[in-house]
Design a protein around this ligand. Structure first.
Ligand code: UDP
Length: 328
């Protein structure tokens, strides 16, 4: 049985990747330090012999016994609220963690795919963003800890590829949503859905004219899987080009949830990118991939998932308004 190591296994994307690799017949080794991950996301896998879990921090030297075919590095805080709370860990997991995993990949002669992000483009000056755009990043803003760690991550991955001939893949992941997002992680979809469930008004930051493009998790996982199985080592954007302003999106969510709350406006967090939309020509050409799930369908599935949360779980995840703390 081929063996794969997935870091960030208890997180949103990591847990969906564990499911996918189990379904593909792999022996899956999940690793997570559980700072932002939640064992609930992978609880169903523990009964399988095909799955094992290491509670471990990848910023320390990583050892895994036996052979490894693939490593997927998905450990990282991934929401602005987390970067504010744990900025040093965010930098360390992208930088030191990636270095350790590249070393492990070299040792095991494994192929490694790293989870990069559209944040490497910062607040982009070109639209939509294609892989050859170098980005517009503020190194010292609250988001800088994530953006710069991920830029370093790409850089060291390419250096291992060029210098050591390591078999590497880089996925630039754009906003992705779906079941198992943390309801209180501050990201816009769980934030709005949590507010709809608790009967609170929806908090739009700024005037809501900033845009995002949301990719359903099943499409994202398929894109990542295809990239891993391709022979392409340069970065590839994986996301859904369907762009919408945050204000229109809030209205869409109110229609979907059938709730009669209002939209209220809060200050825009520092360095909140004004627009973001992936150019996925490269993914279409190299992977034969494009997203299939329409926003309405994906959002309905996500809403149905959040509706199953118990009252206690919901109370634990009260919306935290970080927009003021996040200002200069
Ligand atoms: N946002 C918002 N209200 C919220 C949470 C987020 O208006 O309660 C906005 C946020 O300012 C940003 C967009 O929604 O413009 C997407 O935010 P998210 O944190 O999901 O992702 P990112 O900014 O990293 O793309």
């Amino acid at each position: 049985m081929k063996r794969v190591l997935i870091t960030g296994a208890a997180g949103f994307l990591g847990s969906h990747l564990c499911d996918r690799f189990v379904a593909e017949g792999f022996h899956v080794i999940g690793m997570d330090n559980l700072i932002t991950g939640d064992l609930k996301n992978i609880e169903h896998l523990f009964k399988l012999e095909q799955f094992e879990f290491y509670h471990y921090d990848v910023t320390k030297f990583v050892h895994v016994p036996g052979e490894l075919e693939y490593i997927l590095h998905f450990a990282s805080p991934a929401s602005p609220i987390d970067y504010l709370k744990i900025p040093i860990q965010t930098l360390k997991v992208g930088a030191l963690g990636t270095h350790n995993l590249l070393g492990l990949a070299k040792e095991k002669k494994a192929r490694i795919l790293i989870a990069s992000t559209s944040e490497v483009y910062g607040d982009p000056l070109v639209h939509p963003q294609s892989e050859d755009y170098y980005g517009n990043v503020n190194t010292i803003s609250p988001r800088g800890v994530y953006d710069e760690a991920k830029r370093f991550q790409e850089s060291i991955t390419m250096a291992y590829h060029r210098f050591h001939g390591l078999d590497t893949r880089i996925a630039r992941i754009f906003n992705t949503y779906g079941p198992r997002m943390r309801l209180n992680d501050g990201r816009v979809i769980p934030a709005f859905m949590g507010q709809a469930l608790r009967g609170e008004d929806l908090t739009v930051f700024g005037d809501g004219s900033q845009t995002r493009s949301f990719c359903y998790v099943d499409d994202q996982i398929e894109g990542i899987y295809r990239l891993l199985n391709s022979d392409y080592h340069l970065p590839v954007n994986i996301g859904n080009p369907g762009e919408i302003s945050i204000k229109d999106f809030a209205e869409e969510i109110l229609r979907l949830t059938g709730t009669d709350q209002k939209i209220v406006y809060k200050p825009l967090p520092e360095d909140d990118p004004m627009q973001r939309q992936p150019d996925i020509s490269k993914a279409r050409e190299v992977l034969g991939w494009e997203p299939k799930v329409k926003r309405k369908e994906g959002m309905t599935k996500t809403w149905n998932h959040f509706k199953t949360l118990t009252k206690e779980e919901l109370e634990k995840t009260e919306h935290r308004d970080f927009s003021k703390r996040n200002r200069r």
